[in-house]
Design a protein around this ligand. Structure first.
Ligand code: SF4
Length: 294
């Protein structure tokens, strides 16, 4: 049987949340069911469902055995710093305007980025200057849009918890954080999700489950009604793409989420190795089923 902790320490990438979880992780890595140790999951998110779709065993190790991954990858750290910067900016603008003051300016935006940078691990990266240089055009593009924006930001990092009844006795929660909610001219809302990295294709945006879940959470959990549009803001490229979700489409998504929750709760978490999934898997070091990297 694989000793998860020993291998994880050797690899320096993952650790169990507790000794009990180490036992569970070893059991799962050997092909056992996590439900011999833990209860079926009662919450889901887009990220967890996405991981299950990539590889059920990866999902089980991350979300049921709760193996923690550290350190954070620089790209994820950069994304977090960007999100934190934009969140600070729109919150400050909302609060200042509420007090009848001038909104934050370009210098404030840079100041917010410096705060986010200081709380990230990026400064310790060997290519820290490359990451910092990457931020400059991103801030320029964000400022170019926001300095002339006429929409009103209602909230940042808004958490929703959508309860779904699976049967008479079982309910689960689908949860998520919406980066930004704006009030638009019609009086409805727009949901905005910031993305660092390369833009997606129009087809991927149109069919995005993530955007559908956010729109559903907005309508059925936050009580803000169906959003007029859901937008991905590829902040490094200055590109925004919006999609719409009809009420009928959201009803379908809600039903589909119930099906996915049942599927995951009934899964045996068999691994589905592929060069793509395993190449990015934080648990590949102790997974005997991993595919060789492409
Ligand atoms: S290494 Fe591959 S098969 Fe193993 S858990 Fe990760 S993604 Fe799944």
């Amino acid at each position: 049987m694989t000793n998860v902790l020993a291998v994880a320490e050797g690899a320096g990438t993952a650790r169990p949340a507790s000794p009990h979880m180490q036992e569970t992780a070893e059991h799962v890595a050997a092909g056992g069911s996590p439900f011999d140790y833990v209860a079926p999951p009662d919450w889901f998110s887009f990220s967890s469902i996405d991981m299950f779709d990539r590889c059920p065993r990866q999902y089980a190790l991350r979300y049921l055995c709760r193996l923690q991954v550290e350190p954070t990858r620089p790209a994820a750290d950069f994304g977090s710093a960007a999100h934190a910067t934009f969140e600070m900016f729109t919150r400050e603008r909302r609060e200042r305007l509420g007090r009848g003051q001038e909104p934050p300016d370009r210098a404030d935006l840079v100041r917010f980025f410096e705060v986010a940078w200081a709380t990230s691990q990026l400064a310790a990266e060997p290519d820290a200057e490359t990451w910092r240089a990457r931020a400059e055009p991103m801030l320029d593009r964000f400022w170019a849009v926001e300095s002339v924006a006429s929409t009103q930001t209602l909230s940042e990092e808004t958490r929703f918890r959508l309860r779904l009844e699976l049967d008479m006795e079982t309910s689960v929660v689908v949860t998520g954080f919406i980066d930004r909610i704006d009030r638009v001219r019609s009086g409805a809302v727009e949901l905005i999700d910031y993305k660092t990295g390369s833009p997606w294709s129009p087809e991927d945006i149109e069919s995005s489950l993530q955007l559908s879940i956010y729109a559903l959470g907005c309508r059925d959990a936050l009580g803000l009604g169906r959003p007029e549009r859901v937008t991905l803001d590829f902040v490094e490229h200055g590109l925004r793409f919006s999609a719409e979700r009809s009420d009928a489409a959201l009803d379908d998504v809600r039903e589909g989420l119930g099906r996915r929750a049942r599927e995951i709760r009934n899964s045996r978490f068999a691994p589905t190795p592929s060069s793509r999934a395993c190449g990015w898997c934080d648990f590949a070091a102790f997974c005997s089923e991993r595919a060789s990297r492409a």
